[in-house]
Design a binder for this molecule. Structure first.
Ligand code: NAD
Ligand code: UFG
Length: 337
């Protein structure tokens, strides 16, 4: 298939582009590089020996999107482009609604005009909300989100669902990611956050490589086994393969929702211990106050993706640690943009 990947230069996007190319698909990427480097795509081309057509453009730029759809016969779109920092979304809600919601609307309009009606969207476990029981199942209703980032994801899910109800030609696949971590086993592509990392795994990696002194663990008094929060960490290569598998769901009209997780929760302390065990590097840490908005523990019921897409996560916590460390050691300052 010919696939347009928005946000394809980013962390999950670049890994997905690689898996699409190795599965025989052709890929066009549109990304404004506000949180990525074109170097990621160069490396994907080197690793696969295949070319990626790249457009540097904003997802809200309708003329740019029209040009892409006129220049290529696109069969399906995988839509990653968006802003993703939870804390920043509280400070800059308009940016998040403009890029995430506005950008998705402009994309859907351009698709409709071009007659492209297959769309896979990057959603998040955060749409289950604050009060959902674990494990999260796709049959549960969306819950109360606690920040504009999460609300933008819930809004986009609703907008895309409404489009597929209004026009039965559309097929919308909502992929709800749990906590993506790790890097490609080549050590050539990985996560490259700007500034101080918000997320646990890149923070641990930067402490290990000497860029940060000490990890703060946000709270050890939760009602969990060791008192620290538990999450469902999923290897980014498994997640990327989940998108290739999800293409088959775009053959069915309507909206299809899938959790992409492993089905297992791991605590912050267990993550630190696993990193130390796999790499032999000690991670100094201190216990800090709880971070506002953190939930104690959640993980996926990932059985629907297994049954309907034949997808399940194959890589474990030790693979995530080993591959993160290889990427971080090979690229101590990321893509150095
Ligand atoms: P990322 O920031 O690495 O990738 C997003 C990409 O979108 C970047 O390459 C960025 O340059 C691009 N982009 C941002 N705004 C744009 C705009 N206005 N126009 C064009 N391109 C734009 O993030 P990621 O971790 O790869 O996340 C990809 C998607 O998955 C996002 O939609 C994110 O919300 C979603 N998601 C991520 C996580 C996670 O923990 N990483 C969890 C759940 C969902
Ligand atoms: N944590 C620390 N120290 C850090 C960073 C994180 O202790 O320096 C802890 C957090 O408190 C949390 C756990 O590590 O308990 C995981 O935190 P992350 O920030 O890595 O991930 P979150 O679960 O908070 O967020 C992720 C995605 C969001 C998504 C959210 C809910 O990054 O996009 O899951 O699905 F919205």
């Amino acid at each position: 298939m010919n696939i347009l990947v928005t946000g394809g230069a980013g962390y999950i996007g670049s890994h997905t582009v690689l898996e699409l190319l190795t599965s025989g698909h052709n890929v066009v990427v549109l990304d404004n590089l506000c949180n990525a480097s074109a170097e990621s795509l160069k490396r994907v081309e080197q690793l696969t020996g295949k070319a990626v057509t790249f457009y540097k453009a904003d997802i809200r730029d309708r003329a740019a999107l029209d040009k892409v759809f006129k220049s290529h016969r696109i069969d399906a779109v995988i839509h990653f482009a968006g802003l993703k920092a939870v804390g920043e979304s509280v400070a800059k809600p308009l940016d998040y609604y403009s890029v995430n919601v506005g950008g998705s609307v402009v994309l859907a309009q351009a698709m409709a005009q071009a007659g492209v009606t297959k769309l896979i969207f990057s959603s998040s476990a955060t749409v289950y909300g604050e009060d959902a029981p674990v494990p999260y199942k796709e049959t549960m209703p969306r819950g109360k989100t606690s920040n504009p980032y999460g609300t933008s994801k819930a809004m986009i899910e609703q907008i895309l669902t409404d489009i597929s109800i209004a026009d039965p030609q559309w097929s919308v696949v909502l992929l709800r990611y749990f906590n993506p971590v790790g890097a490609h086993p080549s050590g050539q592509i990985g996560e490259d956050p700007q500034g101080i990392p918000n997320n646990l795994m890149p923070f641990i990696a930067q402490v290990a490589v000497g860029r940060r002194e000490c990890l703060s663990i946000f709270g050890d008094d939760y009602d969990t086994e060791d008192g620290t929060c538990e999450r469902d960490y999923v290897h980014v290569v498994d997640l990327a393969k989940g998108h290739v598998s999800a293409l088959q769901a775009t053959e069915r009209s309507g909206t299809h929702i899938y959790n992409l997780g492993t089905g297992t929760g791991t605590s912050v302390k267990q993550m630190v211990e696993a990193f130390e065990r796999v790499t032999g590097v000690t991670i100094p840490y201190q216990i800090a106050p709880r971070r506002a908005g953190d939930l104690p523990a959640f993980w996926a019921d990932a059985s629907k993706a297994g049954k309907e897409l034949g997808w399940c996560a194959e890589l474990g916590i030790e693979d995530m640690m080993r591959d993160t460390w290889r990427w971080q050691q090979n690229n101590p300052t990321g893509y150095s943009r």
